[in-house]
Design a binder for this molecule. Structure first.
Ligand code: AMP
Ligand code: ZN
Ligand code: FE
Ligand code: FE
Length: 281
């Protein structure tokens, strides 16, 4: 089983990177990728917990925004962590997430919700990328909502009046940076319409020009019709098809390896990386 998209507490998952690796081992996965939002801070711990029979792919899910303001997530895998231009952009995005959180909190306060930045930061692991799930956890701690699902459904979803986006680079720019760092770029859940506005399928053609390597087709937030459309695009543009869980520990219902990538697709994807390969013992 190959799962190329998971989160740890280094962003908004709830397992430490070590716990995530232990779960991947216990569940008999063959390949797992650690893809925290806009950070590689969990990589070293994940490597330390690795044991034989599991291949570890180091990556990140990088936030992007199209020129018309649509949020896109780009999975970067097997890239060089020392490639400064990519790390600088990720650091900038992590930083922007703080100003954006302050704005969301202000909107909540203006509507009578008593919550402060300190409450949100108390939910964040040290050095982790800040996101709305941490705000959800702070609202839970205050007894204002039951769980993250309820927090998103009622207050934090992308179409909510409390929603504020954070400035991020365009998907084309992020693809170029990932490729510059020798990695491969897979667009995550491109048509997950339940979450809010998504790109038009035609945009994928332009991303191919920038060097896109693959499309995450099998993901719980995309229905069968959306998956079929994406598979056809992948075939037309000779892109790799992936499937993954987007596991977030107890922060989401997604179960590790609930969707997976076919071995031949993973082989094709890995061969597109410049030199970095999986880590295995
Ligand atoms: P942000 O990065 O701050 O824009 O927040 C987006 C994150 O919130 C994504 O990584 C999702 O995994 C998470 N998220 C979105 N919807 C939900 C939900 N209904 N329940 C739990 N987490 C969610
Ligand atoms: Zn997340
Ligand atoms: Fe995502
Ligand atoms: Fe994700």
């Amino acid at each position: 089983m190959i799962d190329l998209h998971t989160h740890s507490a280094t962003s908004d998952g709830t397992d430490t990177p070590g716990e995530l690796i232990n779960k991947a081992l216990a569940n008999g996965l063959d390949v797992v990728a650690l893809t925290d939002h806009d950070t590689i801070a969990g990589w070293d711990e994940a490597v330390r917990y690795l044991r034989p029979n599991l291949d570890l792919v180091l990556g990140s899910e990088i936030s992007c925004q199209t020129e018309d303001g649509i949020s896109v997530h780009m999975l970067g895998l097997l890239f060089d962590p020392d490639y400064a231009p990519l790390q600088e952009v990720m650091a900038q995005t992590r930083n922007n997430r703080h100003g954006r959180m302050a704005k969301i909190i202000r909107r909540l306060n203006d509507n009578g919700y008593q919550i402060e930045m300190a409450d949100v930061l108390a939910q964040l692991s040290e050095g982790a990328t800040l996101g709305r799930p941490h705000l959800a956890d702070a609202l839970i701690a205050k007894g204002l909502v039951k769980n993250r699902e309820e927090a998103f459904a009622e207050l934090l979803h992308n179409n909510s009046k409390f929603y504020v986006s954070h400035y991020s680079p365009t998907p084309e720019e992020v693809i170029r940076l990932i490729k510059g760092a020798g990695g491969v770029a897979v667009i995550a859940h491109p048509l997950a319409s339940l979450r809010g506005r998504t790109i038009e399928p035609a945009v994928i053609a332009s991303l191919v020009g920038a060097g896109l390597d693959g499309i995450e087709v099998h993901h719980r937030d995309q229905n069968l019709e959306e998956r079929e459309l994406l598979s056809n695009l992948a075939q037309d543009f000779d892109l790799v098809v992936t499937g993954s869980s987007d596991y977030h520990g107890t922060g989401k219902l997604n179960v590790l390896a609930e969707s997976t990538t076919a071995p031949h697709q993973w082989e094709a994807l890995e061969s597109r990386a410049r030199e970095r390969r999986v880590i295995s013992l």
